[in-house]
Design a protein around this ligand. Sequence first.
Ligand SMILES: [Zn+2]
Ligand SMILES: [Zn+2]
Length: 242
Amino acid sequence: MQTLWLLSPLRVEELVLVKILSYKYRLHTRKDEEKKNLVPFSTVVKGVLLQQLVQAIVAHFWLTTTTKASGVGEQPSIAKQILQFLIAMFIMDTWQYFVHRYMHQNKFLYRHVHSQHHRLVVPYAIGTLYNHPIEGLLLDTIGGAISFLVSGMTARTAVIFFCFTVVKAVDDHCGLRLPGNIFHLFFQNNTAYHDIHHQLQGLKYNYSQPFFSIWDKLLGTYMPFNLVKRPGGGFEARLAKE
Ligand SMILES: [Zn+2]
Ligand SMILES: [Zn+2]
C-alpha cells in the first residue's frame, strides 16, 4: 500500500511541484547544501531530538516544582497581553544577543558548544534547533524563563509566546524566500538576515535573534546584505561589504 502511494501519479506531481517551488525560492542551491554543510541530515535529526528531550525534562521539572503557573486565573486585558508580549520579545532578544555573541567570542564555548549549530552553513527548517543541549538550556530555556518572569505574562500567554518564538526561529532557518511571507513583511531580522550569520564570511555579524535587529545595529555587528537573483532561479543573500 505504501509502495503504491509512493508511486501514485499524484505523489510524483506533488514531489515535482515541491521541488520546483522550493528551488525557485531557495537561498542556496541543493548542491551548496550538500557541499557546505558539515553534518548529514540523520545526525541533525538525532541532535534536534536529543536537545528537545533535555529541554522537555528541564521544563517538566521547572513547571512541576515552581509556582502555580497552571494558566488558571484571569487573563489580563488584550492591551496588557500585547504589552507583555512585546516586553518578552525584547527581553528574549537581549538575552539571546549577548549570550550568542559571547559564545562566538569565547573560543572554548564556540568550539565545544555553539559550533554545532554552525555545522549547517546552509540552514534548513528541521535543523533550526540543531544545537548543543547546553546551548538549548542557555539560550532557549533560561532566555524563555527570564522573558516569562520579567514580562509578567500568564502561562496561557506564555504558551502563545513560546509557540510564536519557535515558529519565527524555524522560519529564520527555512532557507526559503517565499513571496508573501508575513515574517518578512514585519521583521527585518528574517531568513536572509540569519542566513548571513550562517555563512562563513558573516559569522561575526547578525547575532541578533529571533525578532529584531536592534542590538546588532546599536553595537556595530549589523551586516547589511543584498538579495540578488541567482541565474536559473532562487535568491542569494550576499554580504554588502564583500
Ligand atoms: Zn552563531
Ligand atoms: Zn541559526
